[in-house]
Design a protein around this ligand. Structure first.
Ligand SMILES: NC(=O)c1ccc[n+]([C@@H]2O[C@H](COP(=O)([O-])OP(=O)(O)OC[C@H]3O[C@@H](n4cnc5c(N)ncnc54)[C@H](O)[C@@H]3O)[C@@H](O)[C@H]2O)c1
Ligand SMILES: [Zn+2]
Ligand SMILES: [Zn+2]
Length: 374
């Protein structure tokens, strides 16, 4: 079939929205008509090259935060059928590999195919344009498109009552941020939490910390609009920089340092991570959710703090969550009014406006920009 997608032909060029050819789903695959896709910062790492080599290379279709309706399933698909509403997990979850069996399906072995950008089972492409095969970047989804073909392992069936332009956010930002606080940082009632970077991921780390019962939630972000929104999501304190937050540790943490520090800046950098070691207190957990450029191979941290104060450094992918468990669970928290999804969507765009959406992200105007399709 013919459909429309945003393609990255070369690094550091705009997304090109054009018609593509999409093959029918093969064994284990699902054709989905997308309703909406969030514009996560990670897709921009693809444009800049910060994620070079870690995910599908250009030419590729971007987008990994999508939701839609199943149109057709290939042979052997048993968990979804035409008409089902689905959110995509940006890490496929097979349910059978050792990571899935251990309850860490965010690290499912099928995720290895993400580096190739091609379909999981046969390593070929269903997406083509201008006579070339297109890869699917970040999670093998291609949600910057009106239709896509993905593996069944990426599809999480959801309640049809939930609006898809909100549900899409569960494909990455909400679960990643919430899980960074609840699962990776293991925030407990009464703790103090610092969230460094209050964008799409950070806003949800703040919500996770709030739901976990933190008594202090400090949102650190240079952009005033992000700090204002952070208060709506549950922050109790805001600061323009890590240094400013350091200067206020006496009041915010009774001079103990934060129990948990969650790094959710647009682009991770070693200097900020080094500072996080001063922001955290004894036995703090420092969670690295933001992505450092693949090229950054050396960073400087006060490593003695790991020993003397038992400070802990923890990485977190997809909020260390299990998509099949956590996506429906968090959507239920939304339905109950405990989790704010509406406030995350600052502005919606058509697929043709995708470059405007990312310009607004860089300008600090959006918590999340969301592409909404007809
Ligand atoms: N680990 C994962 O599974 C995972 C999943 C999704 C996204 N990410 C990564 O998380 C990061 C955040 O993504 P996002 O979509 O929320 O981006 P975003 O652009 O929406 O938000 C980033 C925020 O960081 C702020 N910021 C920039 N420099 C800062 C600084 N020096 N100190 C404090 N704040 C600063 C920006 O003002 C912005 O509000 C990105 O690196 C993204 O690739 C990781
Ligand atoms: Zn993302
Ligand atoms: Zn698995």
């Amino acid at each position: 079939m013919k459909t429309k997608a945003a393609i990255l032909w070369e690094r550091n060029t705009p997304w090109s929205v054009e018609e593509i050819d999409l093959d029918p789903p093969k064994t284990g695959e699902v054709l989905v008509k997308l309703a909406a896709s969030g514009m996560c910062h990670s897709d921009e790492h693809l444009v800049t090259g910060d994620l070079a080599g870690a995910t599908g290379e250009p030419p590729c279709i971007g987008g990994h935060e999508g939701a839609g309706v199943v149109l057709e399933v290939g042979p052997g698909v048993y968990s979804v059928e035409p008409g089902d509403h689905v959110v995509f997990g940006f890490i496929p979850a097979c349910g059978r590999c050792p990571s899935c069996a251990a309850g860490h399906s965010n690290l499912c072995d099928l995720g290895a195919a993400s580096a190739t950008g091609y379909q999981i089972f046969d390593g070929t492409s269903r997406h083509h344009a201008q006579g070339q095969d297109l890869r699917l970047a970040i999670g093998l989804l291609g949600t910057f498109a009106h239709h896509t073909v993905v593996n069944e392992a990426s599809c999480i069936k959801i309640d049809k009552e939930i609006p898809l332009d909100r549900a899409c956010l569960l494909g990455c930002g909400v679960v990643t941020g919430w899980g960074s606080a609840v699962y990776a940082a293991q925030v407990e009632p009464g703790e103090t939490v610092a969230v460094v970077g209050a964008g799409g991921i950070g806003a949800n780390a703040i919500q996770g910390a709030r739901l976990a019962g933190a008594r202090v939630i400090a949102a650190i972000d240079p952009v005033e609009f992000k700090r204002e929104k952070a208060m709506e999501f549950g922050a109790t304190h805001t600061y323009e920089s890590i240094n400013d937050a350091m200067g206020d540790l006496a009041t915010s943490t009774w001079n103990r340092g934060f129990d948990k520090v969650i790094m959710t800046m647009g682009v991770g950098n070693g200097e900020a991570l080094g500072q996080a070691f001063w922001l955290g207190g004894k036995r703090c957990k420092i969670v690295v959710t933001n992505i450092h450029p693949v090229a950054e191979q050396t960073i400087s941290i006060p490593a003695a703090f790991l020993t003397f104060f038992e400070k802990q450094l923890i990485g977190s992918l997809f909020g260390s969550a299990n998509p099949r468990l956590d996506i429906p669970k968090l959507l239920e928290l939304y339905t109950q009014g405990q989790l704010d999804l509406d406030g995350l969507v600052t502005k919606t765009y058509s697929l043709d406006e995708i470059n405007d959406g990312y310009a607004d992200m860089y300008a600090g105007k959006n918590i999340r920009g969301v592409l909404v399709y007809d």
